[in-house]
Design a protein around this ligand. Structure first.
Ligand code: A2P
Length: 318
């Protein structure tokens, strides 16, 4: 498996398993199967509501000798309602308890958005906290405590623009090592990718397959369907592989990690095997043409009148 290298010598497998939208009752089997066939990178988050079930899979897989803790890379994410400095370590402790682990490989701030304690998703502007009141630099101090206490080996962020990363770098004592963002041929984000390379921040690409099972409020009838793209289909045919494998191989070739979600044994295997698909320069040039800056996860949940961000353009700094 190709890996992303970290300064302290740690390596993150380039293809991981995404668990967003993997339902309780399904995710245990998916994670067990993934570990059994060789996945060694699992991407989790407290807000997905399935960490306890994933933890059971980790426990069973380790007890039965399928995987050793030190061979596994586990990422999880701090939810928006625990952004105050003193809330971060307790939030991670809860995640660790759910995941049956005593440390994470990577802990990241899920969104540059702060919600009041106890709020899962906002129902009104009142549910938000201003980032002037709880700045991301304060949340980052809580993240640094996670490293100080040995609860996380690496820390990072998710859904951060270049501007937000650059602000964070000004105050960070511990360097952020990851930005997890939506990334696929319709949202290539070359400028962000290059910026991150220059400042030694890795990228994990979420929704690498176009997230066709995203929640209905994020679906519009005229949204393009990445897995049905004609160019991707023709490249898949040329390599005798599937469109999903082309999309994942593209992400790996660009030096990012990709975290396709699946609960199907056949697709889990297919996605892991994408690492063997070798796209050539012509394929990459054709895929470069597909960029249309289209977000499947557009951030609209976090922008509204009276909240810290009133538009998604402010959230993404675009
Ligand atoms: P399933 O879980 O039934 O396999 P993303 O990772 O971009 O969020 O996409 C996840 C969606 O893509 C899920 O609906 C998942 O369905 C589906 N999916 C995962 N792997 C493949 C694949 N190899 N081919 C087609 N669809 C896939």
């Amino acid at each position: 498996m190709k890996t992303l290298q970290f300064k302290n010598g740690d390596t993150m497998p380039a293809i991981g398993l995404g668990t967003w939208k993997s339902k309780e009752g399904e995710v245990y089997r998916a994670v067990m199967e993934a570990l059994r066939i060789g996945y060694r990178h699992i991407d989790c988050a407290a807000i997905y509501g399935n960490e306890a079930e994933i933890g059971q899979a980790f426990k069973d897989a380790m007890e039965s000798g399928i995987v050793k803790r030190e061979d596994l890379w586990v990422t999880s994410k701090l939810w928006n309602n625990a952004h105050r400095r003193e809330q971060v370590v307790p939030a991670l402790q809860k995640t660790l308890q759910d995941l049956s682990l005593d440390y994470l490989d990577l802990y990241i701030i899920h969104w540059p958005v702060a919600l009041r304690e106890g709020v899962g998703f906002p129902s009104s502007a009142e549910d938000f906290l201003s980032l002037d009141e709880v700045p991301l630099s304060e949340t980052w101090e809580g993240m640094e405590q996670c490293v100080d206490q040995g609860l996380a080996r690496h820390i990072g962020v998710s859904n951060f623009s270049m501007e937000k990363l650059s602000n964070l770098l000004e105050t960070a004592r511990i360097h952020p090592e990851m930005n997890q963002v939506e990334m696929h041929p319709y949202l290539q984000q070359n400028v962000l990718l290059n910026y991150c390379k220059n400042v030694n921040i890795h990228i994990t690409a979420y929704s690498p397959l176009g997230s066709s099972d995203r929640p209905v409020h994020l679906v519009k009838s005229d949204d393009p369907v990445l897995l049905q793209d004609a160019t991707i289909a023709s490249i898949a045919e040329k390599h005798s592989c599937t469109p999903a494998q082309v999309l994942l191989s593209w992400g790996v070739i660009r030096g990012t990690s990709v975290i396709p979600k699946s609960v199907s044994p056949e697709r889990l295997r297919q996605n892991l095997e994408a690492v063997a698909v070798e796209l050539d320069e012509d394929d990459m040039a054709q895929i470069a043409e597909l960029d249309r800056h289209f977000r499947y996860v557009n951030g609209s949940t976090w922008a509204r009148e009276g909240a810290y961000y009133t538009t998604t353009a402010q959230l993404w700094d675009e």
